[in-house]
Design a protein around this ligand. Structure first.
Ligand code: SF4
Length: 331
C-alpha cells in the first residue's frame, strides 16, 4: 500500500513543531517547509527545527508574499498582518511543491480558536477556500473538530490519530509537547514582524513614500530608521550583529563610518542632496557618545553591494531633539 506524505507549513512556533512531531510520532511521513519573506523570521524557524531534529526546506517567496500586503482579500489583523490571505497563500505554494516532493496532502499547526481573527472556524474555512486546495488540508491538532478532508476520507491517515485541541489556552499544547519530549520551543508571539507595531510603522512609511520594494522591506528588519526627506532615509545599526547584516545586504546608497570612534554604521538610501547628507551625519554622530562636537566621517558610496567611492565629511553634533523629529518609531 502506498505511503502518503504530507507537506507541513512550518513557522518554528510551538504549534507547527507539534503538528510535525505528532504526525511523525504516528508514523506519517512529513516534509516540513518554511516559506521565507523579509518579515518572517527565518533564523527562528531554522533554530527550532534544528533543536527538534526537524529537516526543514526553506523556500523564498518574498516577491509574491509582499504583493499580499497591497490589498488582501480578508484584510489585516491588528497590524499589517494579512493572516488569512497569508495562510492560504502558503497552502497554495505548498500544494505546488507536492508533485516534486512526492507528497499528497498538506498539514499545518493551526488550532481552532487559537487566534481571535485568523483561526476561528469561519476563518479556517476562508483560508482553505482561498487556497483552492481545501480538500487536501489537514490540521492535526484540531482536525477532529473540523470536517473530514480527502486524506481522512481516503484512509491515508486515520481519524483516530487526529486531535481535538481548541481555544486560546496553551495547556493542551504544553501537555502534548511534554508527551512528545519537545522541550525547546519559542514563546507564543514573535515569528512575524507584520505583528510588530514599530516594524509596521516603518513599513507604512515606505508605502506612503512609494518605496516599498523588496530590498527596502528587507532593510526594515534591522537598525533604527530615520526619514530624512521624501526621497531619503537613514538606517543606523543597533548592535554589531546588525551592522554586519546591514553591511552584507545593503545594495545601493551611502555607508557612513566614524573614523576615530567606535560605534554603529549608518546607511543612507534614496536620492541625496548635500544638505540631506549633513542632516544624516548630524543624526549619525549622536549615536557615537565618545565623539566630540566635530568628528570625521568616512562616506562610502555603495553600488550593487560594492564600494565604488569615498569622501570625507565632518559631522557636527547637535541637539538630540533631532532624533525625535526623524526617527520612525513609537517613542
Ligand atoms: S502572523 Fe504573519 S506569518 Fe503568521 S499568518 Fe499572519 S501574516 Fe502570516
Amino acid at each position: 500500500m502506498k505511503t502518503h506524505k504530507a507537506i507541513a507549513l512550518f513557522s518554528g512556533g510551538l504549534d507547527s513543531i507539534l503538528a510535525v512531531k505528532w504526525m511523525q510520532s504516528k508514523g506519517y511521513p512529513v516534509h516540513p517547509v518554511f516559506f521565507k519573506a523579509p518579515y518572517l523570521l527565518q533564523e527562528r524557524a531554522i533554530n527550532y527545527a534544528i533543536k527538534n531534529a526537524i529537516n526543514l526546506e526553506i523556500i523564498d517567496v518574498s516577491e509574491e508574499h509582499i504583493k499580499l500586503l497591497d490589498n488582501p482579500v480578508y484584510g489585516f489583523g491588528k497590524w499589517l498582518n494579512p493572516c488569512i490571505d497569508c495562510h492560504s497563500f502558503m497552502f497554495k505554494k505548498a500544494a505546488e511543491l507536492m508533485p516534486d516532493r512526492d507528497a499528497d496532502y498538506l498539514i499545518s499547526g493551526e488550532v481552532l480558536g487559537q487566534r481571535p481573527k485568523s483561526q476561528r472556524r469561519d476563518a479556517l474555512d476562508s483560508v482553505s477556500k482561498l487556497s483552492s486546495v481545501k480538500d487536501l488540508i489537514v490540521r492535526p491538532l484540531s482536525q477532529n473538530l473540523l470536517p473530514d478532508t480527502l486524506p481522512i476520507r481516503e484512509g491515508w491517515i486515520a481519524k483516530k490519530d487526529m486531535l481535538s485541541i481548541q481555544g486560546r489556552g496553551r495547556l493542551a499544547q504544553l501537555a502534548l509537547a511534554e508527551e512528545l519530549g519537545i522541550v525547546d520551543f519559542p514563546s507564543p508571539a514573535g515569528g512575524c514582524l507584520l505583528t510588530d507595531r514599530n516594524y509596521c510603522l516603518r513599513l507604512r512609511d515606505l508605502q506612503k513614500h512609494h518605496q516599498d520594494n523588496l530590498h527596502a522591506i528587507e532593510l526594515l528588519a534591522y537598525g533604527r530608521h530615520f526619514r530624512l526627506t521624501n526621497e531619503a532615509k537613514l538606517i543606523i545599526g543597533r548592535d554589531e550583529a546588525e551592522n554586519e547584516t546591514l553591511r552584507h545586504i545593503f545594495q545601493q546608497g551611502i555607508m557612513l563610518e566614524a573614523e576615530d570612534y567606535t560605534g554603529p554604521l549608518g546607511f543612507i538610501t534614496g536620492k541625496l542632496k548635500l544638505e540631506t547628507l549633513d542632516l544624516a551625519l548630524s543624526i549619525f554622530i549622536l549615536y557615537h557618545p565618545k565623539a566630540p562636537i566635530f568628528a570625521t566621517i568616512d562616506v562610502w558610496r555603495i553600488n550593487a553591494n560594492k564600494i565604488t567611492g569615498k569622501m570625507i565629511k565632518i559631522a557636527t553634533k547637535g541637539d538630540r531633539e533631532i532624533i525625535k523629529k526623524h526617527l520612525i518609531a513609537y517613542l
